[in-house]
Design a protein around this ligand. Structure first.
Ligand SMILES: Nc1ncnc2c1ncn2[C@@H]1O[C@H](COP(=O)(O)OP(=O)(O)OP(=O)(O)O)[C@@H](O)[C@H]1O
Ligand SMILES: [Mg+2]
Length: 276
């Protein structure tokens, strides 16, 4: 919810990275030839960065957006996932091996499918790359993980394989500048504003019969309220919703008052930067 603008832009970017011939066809249709500019656009590294606050839908969107592309073009898109923070122990060598192996598998599959089955690789918690460099003592090992990633992405770009890499991070600033610079696009995810929280609350409490006035009050309760940050999407969709249902169950119905109590009992997640 609330990600329509990002979704529209992402769909275009992803579609053109995974199916570059679509851009060529567009050029022929409107200019009578494949413009030289097309080559530049399709030669960009197949990397998109999802950056932003916790619980704002980065991982979820990365895991699901390919479905729409697959349906529209009636193709099979494979989605693979690499989580650096959960699988790497923090050793730089291990990070390099993980990334290297992931790209080997990916490139083999993309070659074998001869362009017919695009692959999306999600590198979740990508800031672990930067963290490992902060912790690393040895000079030449510092950049190993980053280099492995750049190498993999460059290889995909050179061979023009239908592979798209999505990096998700809470700390775009901590990503290596060389990686950020290479990204075809960077999307910023933020906490929901008033309007977006109203939409989320209306959707998740659909059927409860909340009045507009009650929604407005809940929107205010879940806003920054002097804290400097309001509720995240996941705070609302997962925590507030579940705790309200559990509080009502088994004897009471859901009401605006009960939801408000649960909101007050569950403050919003602190922004990532403040946790450090
Ligand atoms: N835009 C959204 N609309 C609806 N639900 C959302 C949205 N964003 C997040 N959620 C809910 O929050 C949960 C967590 O979202 P997700 O893991 O995608 O966030 P994230 O941005 O990857 O967070 P983190 O930075 O902590 O990894 C989702 O499973 C979903 O229930
Ligand atoms: Mg995530």
């Amino acid at each position: 919810m609330g990600l329509d603008e990002i979704k529209t832009r992402l769909a275009k970017e992803a579609e053109l990275i995974l199916q570059p011939r679509l851009l060529q066809q567009w050029s022929v249709r409107h200019h009578g030839a494949v413009l030289p500019a097309i080559d530049r656009v399709t030669a960009r590294p197949p990397l998109i960065i999802f950056a932003g606050d916790v619980g704002t839908g980065k991982t979820t969107l990365a895991e699901t957006f390919a479905d729409a592309i697959a349906r529209r073009h009636r193709i099979g898109v494979r989605v693979k996932r690499l989580s650096l923070r959960t699988r790497g122990s923090g050793a730089v060598g291990e990070m390099t091996r993980l990334i290297g192996t992931a790209f080997d598998v990916l490139i083999d599959q993309a070659r074998a499918a001869a362009g017919r089955r695009p692959v999306v690789l999600i590198i979740d918690e990508a800031d672990a790359l930067a963290q490992s460099r902060e912790a690393a003592q040895m000079h030449h090992e510092d950049r190993a993980g980053v280099n492995a990633l750049i190498r993999g992405i460059s290889q995909v770009a050179t061979e023009r394989l239908p592979v798209l890499v999505i990096m998700c991070t809470n700390r775009a600033d901590a990503l290596d500048p060389a990686i950020r610079r290479r990204a075809a696009a960077e999307f910023d995810f933020a906490r929901p504003n008033d309007e977006q929280r109203a939409a989320v609350l209306t959707a998740v409490f659909d059927g409860v019969g909340l009045t507009e006035r009650e929604i407005t009050d809940l929107v205010a309760l879940t806003g920054p309220n002097g804290r400097g940050y309001g509720y995240t999407y996941s705070d609302l969709v997962d925590r507030v919703l579940a705790s309200a249902c559990l509080a009502a169950y088994p004897d009471r119905p859901l009401t605006a008052e009960l939801i408000a109590q649960q909101i007050e009992a569950h403050p919003p997640t602190r922004p990532f930067t403040e946790r450090r």
